[in-house]
Design a protein around this ligand. Structure first.
Ligand SMILES: Cc1cc2nc3c(=O)[nH]c(=O)nc-3n(C[C@H](O)[C@H](O)[C@H](O)COP(=O)(O)OP(=O)(O)OC[C@H]3O[C@@H](n4cnc5c(N)ncnc54)[C@H](O)[C@@H]3O)c2cc1C
Length: 413
């Protein structure tokens, strides 16, 4: 069977991209390896989804349901319990997608592919976690699925490593389920999650957050019996003179996400050292013009609303490309100063309307002015009383004002 666009992954990114591409008249297939659409939203039973885009605070499954209903009103086809295992690019708008499911292996031809496979969690081995290997060490999202979807409380006395949003949300969740969370330990001097999650998930439940402190080793034989924690020096070595044993039966790791980009590995696409993903231009398109990337697999988003907005745009761009095959030739590279870690898109084009650059800063800055310059001219600027590394920021640039360069910098007033 032939399609204009195959979307790989049916989380919020994939659903939004499939929806907008389908609304543009493309024949779309969305392939999801789980038995239902929704991605990570299905296990996020807390509220906090949709406040910006839908103007209401929904739970993850409710937000997924809104988009599933929208999608089902389009002509897009959905293939569940099916994994995309390989992609072959045969030529101009000629791509073959290999799919594996209970019926075997099939191949589907398409003009373009939108990759929206989300992220997987970093395991303990990725951060050189020392000590014994007892039961009771979980990735926080894995524990979230066990608690929220399968109804299994994974432990009673919990230490959480990492203060990103998943760690904070699981601290609250475990407490609500009757477990005691003895502390959230964060190697960095600042919390990694959203300020609203610190207030609602830790402060409201009197859960202590220990900054510049980390786990030196896991202790336990068959089951975790504790962790040794120690302050972290500015050079990230441990101050072992102050190490101490914290008793617990469970450790949840919330130490970062890695893009599920495996099916793109063989294509040798340009990568970002910061996001660990491939880089895209303002149309969410990689250097291989048939390949579009959006959602968490492109860069980790703290809010699903942003995933939706970007992916709707990616779907439209993929649909335009599938129809015309046109690509814009000479891109301008977005250059960043040291205070800006990355932008969601690395390349933009002159005279292509307004482009919204999403970015993260490298630290916390007060009275920050973010300035986009081209040549000697300031083409856009945004003032923020405070910006934090854990939060995505945006700046809108009018590409008709661009010369041959674009520099994004953060100045502190
Ligand atoms: C614990 C947690 C709490 C969060 N809390 C909030 C919150 O309160 N508010 C908020 O706005 N946002 C929150 N977020 C963020 C938001 O949920 C994510 O940014 C969003 O779900 C990312 O969407 P996605 O579609 O890119 O990825 P995902 O939701 O991960 O979806 C990717 C999908 O792709 C599928 N897939 C992967 N590889 C393949 C393949 N090869 N073949 C077929 N299918 C494949 C996966 O099965 C999955 O369904 C939270 C995230 C987490 C993890």
């Amino acid at each position: 069977m032939n399609f204009d666009i195959v979307v790989v992954g049916g989380g919020p990114a994939g659903m939004a991209a499939a929806y907008s591409a389908s609304e543009k008249g493309s024949k779309v297939l969305i392939v999801e390896r789980e038995a239902k659409l929704g991605g990570i939203l299905n296990q996020c039973i807390h509220n906090g989804f949709g406040l910006h885009y839908l103007g209401e605070e929904l739970t993850g499954p409710e937000y997924a349901d809104v988009w599933q209903k929208k999608l089902l009103k389009t002509k897009a086809k959905v293939l569940l319990s099916s994994v995309v295992t390989k992609i072959e690019r045969l030529g101009d708008r000629n791509v073959v997608v290999h799919i594996k499911n209970s019926e075997g292996v099939s191949k589907i031809k398409t003009k373009a592919v939108v990759f929206s496979m989300g992220c997987r969690e970093k395991p303990g081995s990725a951060i050189n976690l020392c000590g014994t290997r007892p039961a009771g060490v979980f990735a926080a999202g894995e524990a979230q699925k066990l608690v929220n979807v399968h109804g299994k409380l994974v432990g009673k006395k919990v230490v959480i490593l990492g203060s990103g949003d998943i760690g904070l949300i699981m601290a609250r969740r475990m407490t609500c389920e009757g477990a005691k969370v003895v502390g959230v330990y964060e190697i960095m001097p600042k919390c990694g999650g959203l300020a609203r999650n610190v207030a609602q998930c830790l402060n409201d439940f009197n859960i202590p957050l220990f900054l510049s402190t980390s786990i030196v080793k896991i202790v336990g034989d068959k089951r975790v019996s504790g962790v040794v924690v120690a302050p972290v020096n500015p050079d990230f070595s441990f101050d072992l003179t102050k190490q101490k044993l914290v008793k617990c039966d469970t450790v949840l790791l919330s130490v970062g996400l890695l893009p599920e980009i495996d099916v793109l590995n063989e294509f040798n696409l340009e990568r970002s050292n910061v996001t660990n993903s491939v880089v895209v231009n303002q149309f969410y398109q990689t250097k291989i013009p048939e390949f579009f990337v959006c959602g968490n697999v492109l860069h980790v988003n703290d809010l699903v609303d942003n995933v939706t907005v970007e992916s709707l745009e990616a779907g439209v761009c993929a649909a335009n490309f599938a129809k015309t095959g046109k690509t814009t030739k000479k891109p301008i590279e977005v250059k960043l100063d040291k205070n800006i870690r990355y932008t969601s898109m690395k390349y933009v084009y002159k005279n292509t309307g307004s482009v919204t650059l999403c970015f993260r800063v490298s630290d916390e800055f007060k009275n920050a002015k973010i300035v986009a310059k081209s040549g000697e001219e300031i083409v856009a600027s945004v003032f923020k009383p405070v910006v934090r590394a854990g939060q995505i920021e945006k700046i809108v640039v009018d590409t008709s004002k661009l010369k041959n360069d674009l520099n994004l910098c953060l100045e502190v007033a």
